[in-house]
Ligand binder design. Structure first.
Ligand code: SAH
Length: 228
């Protein structure tokens, strides 16, 4: 993966100013923080480093883009905290040949990181405005291996199933049955479940015979998965 080249070209094609010295040093600080918090996987770290988070936040929050915090985006939603993005990406264990389904495109930040690691990313978002903004960012960054659509992600993406990896970035009370069905044998799904303050990030593995195993990874806080 030639992430360095891609990073440069993404700035080149983007009508926003290149990163300031402060942004650059914040970026280095965040990557060091992620490393010391236990994210040692170089592919995951390189993917995070190569995606300019400042493109995915609202202009007003730009100076905070490389801080380890969730930030508001349009439609009352949030771009996830970088540490959480890093752990989810690590937990998903994506390999270059894989197709990944993402539910909850939001800003498209997690999508862009997955696009650096996977063969193809399918992403579903229910808000038209968010999806349009995210698609524009993918165009600017020339991420041509992302397919996106508007819809209820709790139904998955039947026509393109099964997926070797599924990631859900909004919390449901329980994992939607359609997503479990659309996970390939041998596949992994990472998803938060639960209400508001008591959400848990789950890693679900489906074995070759279709049996499901569940691990609790960490406490998290996501916006709700809204069905329909
Ligand atoms: N990964 C995103 C964070 C998204 S927040 C990022 O990095 O920016 C969760 C997103 O899930 C919101 O944009 C919300 O609109 C979307 N969402 C909630 N319920 C959904 C559903 N049923 N189908 C598709 N998207 C949904």
């Amino acid at each position: 993966m030639n992430s360095r080249h891609k990073e440069r070209s993404s700035y080149h094609h983007t009508p926003v100013h290149p990163p300031s010295a402060e942004e650059a040093s914040n970026r280095i600080r965040l990557l060091m923080q992620l490393r010391s918090s236990g994210i040692q996987n170089t592919q995951v770290l390189a993917a995070i480093e190569s995606v300019p988070r400042e493109l995915f936040v609202e202009e007003a929050f730009r100076e905070h883009a490389w801080e380890d915090t969730a930030l508001p985006i349009a439609c009352g939603q949030t771009i996830s905290q970088p540490t959480v993005v890093a752990w989810m990406t690590w937990a998903l264990d994506v390999e270059p040949r894989m197709r990944v389904l993402e539910i909850g495109t939001g800003s498209g930040y997690q999508t862009a990181i997955l696009a650096r690691l996977a063969r193809r990313v399918y992403t579903v978002e229910r808000h038209k405005e968010l999806l349009a903004q995210a698609e524009e960012r993918f165009r600017q960054m020339q991420l041509t291996n992302i397919v996106s659509r508007r819809g209820d992600g709790s139904k998955g993406w039947k026509e393109a199933a099964p997926f070797e990896r599924i990631i859900v970035t909004a919390a449901a009370d329980e994992i939607p049955a359609a997503l479990l069905e659309q996970l390939a044998p041998g596949g992994i799904m990472v998803a938060p479940v639960g209400k508001n303050a008591s959400q848990i990030l789950l890693r679900i593995r489906k074995d070759e015979h279709g049996a499901i195993g569940t691990e609790h990874l960490m406490n998290v806080r996501f916006v709700p998965l809204v069905e329909g």
